[in-house]
Design a protein around this ligand. Sequence first.
Ligand SMILES: [Zn+2]
Length: 414
Amino acid sequence: MDINLKVESLISAQGAWKIEVLKDIFIQEDADRILSFPPALSLADSWVWAYTREGVYNVKSGNWLGSRKVASQAQQTETNKRVNELKTQSWKIDTEPKIRLFLWRLLSGALTVAERIIAHGMQANSICSVCRNGAESIKHVMFDCFVAKQVWRNTCIPVDQWNLDSVEAYIKKLYEAMNKTSLNINHRRVIPWLLWGIWKERNSRVYAVVIGDPHITTGRALEESYLWFIMKEDNSPAQSHNSLPRRVQKNWQRPRQGILKCNVNSFWSNPRRMCGGSWIFRDCNGEVIYHAREAFLAASNRIAAEFRCVLWTLRSLLDIHIENVEIWSDCGAMVEAVKNPKDWPRYRSYIDLFEKLRRGFRSCILEASSSQANTVARRIAASVILEGRFNSYLAAGDPSWLSSLIISEKSSGR
Ligand SMILES: [Zn+2]
């Protein structure tokens, strides 16, 4: 690969990405990431640091990169030591406490499957009670059984092709995948929820005789992990320099008279590699004027997805001749990037497009919403992916399936 390659050589004279060139040079996943950003025509090439989300170098990320190289050189052989390390690691995994405990139990052989029951000297049928096709071990349930394989196939991590010989080997590889920056961050972060979901789905089939859909297991895991990280972001204390905009209004509030308040949201975390987007705007009486829904192609991360969604929102609002609007997004990083573009060079092509569109309004303010105040927009966006509502539309009035929530926000948001 030409290390002096410049971005401009990947953009055609007509201002579009040269897709064939991208696919020749980059692996599919990287090509998709690049394609999820609009090409910046008016900006000169510049350097972007790959290891912070803003794209600016800091010492911490430099040290992190250095220590990763050192760590990968060290080799560990002994099984027990390896399992203990994995158990210790499990307590530090960024997930719900109940799932951390589950991971520890999984590695300790403390899940109730036939093989463990027999190992404790009790009677049990050793065959998997779900597929009747193999001995029911923890490894079988989590990785070899067809239920597990179907869930893993819905992700971008090829777990069903690994064919490893122990649970520890799988978990080790999965934990490694969670740190792999080349993988989509949502697909990495969801791994603990997927393991948990597979176990719950197995139990529901065995004990409740309820057969779930592996797509729903995957979708639920993605949504739960997504909400977990959103909540964490909301609760994290503000730091002096890199702090995200403070979310002043916990609940939805009506806008001032003469201003329309537009809540936007993108749901991008999903195995289908598509994003859902929505916007809904209300007046000073809390009445919904319009709302819209749209499906987008894959974006490389939540910030990029939110930018796409906001750009689509601005274009839609200009089409219907809205002049004064407040845009409220619960993606604090995106709002921060627009307010401090120098600190977020990675997104400058989006920011550039945003500013160009913004000029079409008399007044257009971007604000950071709490995730709670953005619930209506979030639910519409999530429905695109989780319920497969890929038809885009723009409609006057409120979405009837959310009207009770909208009425309650109208009365409490005075
Ligand atoms: Zn099975």
